[in-house]
Design a protein around this ligand. Sequence first.
Ligand code: IPE
Ligand code: IPE
Ligand code: MG
Length: 235
Amino acid sequence: MNKNELIGTPPAHVGIIMDGNGRWAKKRGLPRTAGHSRGAKVFKRIVEDLRSLGVKYTTFYAFSTENWKRPEEEVNMLMKLLDSYLDDIRSMAQKNTRIIFAGDKAAFSPKMAAKMKEIEEISENNDGLYVCIALNYGGRAEIVHAAKLLAKEFGDNIDAAGEDDFDRLLYTSCMPSADLIIRTGGEQRLSNFLIWQSAYAELYFTDKLWPDFSKDDLITAFNWYSQRDRRFGGV
Ligand code: IPE
Ligand code: IPE
Ligand code: MG
C-alpha cells in the first residue's frame, strides 16, 4: 500500500538520475557492484510504476560519458549487468513500450550494440510508454553530435537552422522536452544529463539512494511537481 495518492496530472516526460547505488552498498558493507545489481532491479520496478501512474515519456540516466573513469572492475561489472538486462528490456517491448538508447553505441561491444539497435527497431512503432535509457550518454556529447548532423544537413544554408531542427537531431527527438527531473542520492546537480532538454524542467532532489527509491517516493515527487507554477518565461 502507498500512503501517498497522486494529486493532479503527472508530468509528461520524467527524467531520472539514478544515483546512490555505491553508497547504498557501502552502508551495508557490500561491494559497490551489489548496489548496481539492486539498482537495476529498482529500475525495472519503477518503469512499471511510471506506466501505472500514467506517465508517457521517461529517460533514465544509467551510465554517463564520464563514468568510464571508474575502476575497470566496476565498469566491467556494469557492462555485464547491462548486457544481462537487455533481454528484460527487450521483453518490455511486448507491453507496447518504445525503447530508445540515448548515447553513442559504438563504445559497447559489437554484440551489445547490435542488441540495443535491434531492441530499438522492434519497438519503434510502439506508442505506449516511452523508455529512453541514457547509456554512454553525456548532454554535451549529444549537443556536439547534433551540431555536426545539423551542419551536414544544412551546409551553406546553416543560417536557416532553428531550435526545432536541432531538437530533431538529438537522441531524444521522438519525445518532448523534460518536464520533471528527479535525482536520487542527495546531490543537487545534473551531471551532464539532458542539458538541452532540461531548459524548463522542474528539478526534484531527494536524499533517498536509488536502490531505496519506491513508487511512494515517485508520487511524492509528482505531487511536488503539480504544485509548481511553470511560467516558461511568461507571467
Ligand atoms: C549511480 O550510482 C549509478 C551509476 C553512475 C552507474 P553511483 O555508482 O554513482 O553511486 P554513488 O553515487 O557512488 O553512491
Ligand atoms: C550521474 O551520477 C550518472 C548516473 C546516474 C548514471 P554520477 O554519480 O556519475 O555523478 P557525479 O559524479 O556525482 O556528478
Ligand atoms: Mg554517484
